[in-house]
Design a binder for this molecule. Structure first.
Ligand SMILES: N[C@@H](CCC(=O)N[C@@H](CS)C(=O)NCC(=O)O)C(=O)O
Length: 204
């Protein structure tokens, strides 16, 4: 499987992270998103007329939306699916349109109404915090239950990167515990701005 990838893209990272957690190998094809705008080149538009990343090519199948790609990667892994995933994949798209846009604005100068993007991001984070707090009262750390699913992997990157778009995560303790649980999953990989949990051993 080939992933057309940009290292700083939260949406591409969703795919890299999911594949790493599954142990599924991906061939990465780096796209010069910034400053090259290679995702808008004729070659890339032939693959994805929307001109967006990520793009996953699996034989003759080409998928151009991260939610579809996460479903595809986990098609044979029911343990990574739940009946509640669809609404969280929609929510992940809201996070991308708010927090993700604010980050692209701040990091690579994307045109955006930054106040509106940040305000929508805060509204989304409050919803996420309320849900994760309710889950915690029931002893559940992840969005849909005791174990992570594609819902968590879809929502995690833009949430974790919110401070890069000028939105603080300080007010959300349940979100911070949830992110910690994801960052400590076996097979977790990093991206610039999101590091794994370092449990440093103290020198004797
Ligand atoms: N719905 C898409 C959105 C992905 C997305 O926002 N990709 C950004 C990079 S992080 C992009 O390609 N933006 C280019 C554009 O919108 O023109 C998905 O989740 O796959």
């Amino acid at each position: 499987m080939i992933l057309y990838d940009y290292v700083l893209s939260a949406s591409c990272y969703k795919v890299r992270l999911m594949a790493a957690l599954l142990g599924t190998p991906l061939t990465l094809r780096a796209v010069n998103f910034h400053p090259g705008r290679e995702h808008k080149s004729p070659e890339m538009l032939a693959l994805n007329p929307k001109g967006t990343l990520p793009i996953l090519q699996d034989g003759d199948t080409v998928l151009t939306d991260s939610a579809d790609i996460l479903r595809h990667l986990t098609a044979d892994h029911p343990e990574w699916q739940s009946s509640d995933d669809d609404r969280w994949l929609d929510f992940a798209s809201d996070l991308n349109d708010s927090l993700g846009l604010a980050r692209l604005h701040d990091v690579i100068g994307y045109a955006a109404d930054i106040d509106t993007a940040r305000a929508a991001g805060v509204t989304a984070l409050r919803k996420l915090e309320a849900h994760l707090t309710e889950q915690r009262f029931e002893g559940l750390i992840f969005l849909t239950g005791k174990t992570p699913t594609i819902a968590d992997i879809a929502c995690f990157p833009n949430t974790a990167l919110a401070p890069d778009g000028g939105v603080s995560l300080d007010p959300y303790p349940s979100i911070r515990l949830w992110m910690r649980a994801i960052r400590s999953l076996p097979g977790f990989i990093e991206m610039p701005g999101i590091h794994r949990l370092h449990e440093l051993a103290h020198p004797a």
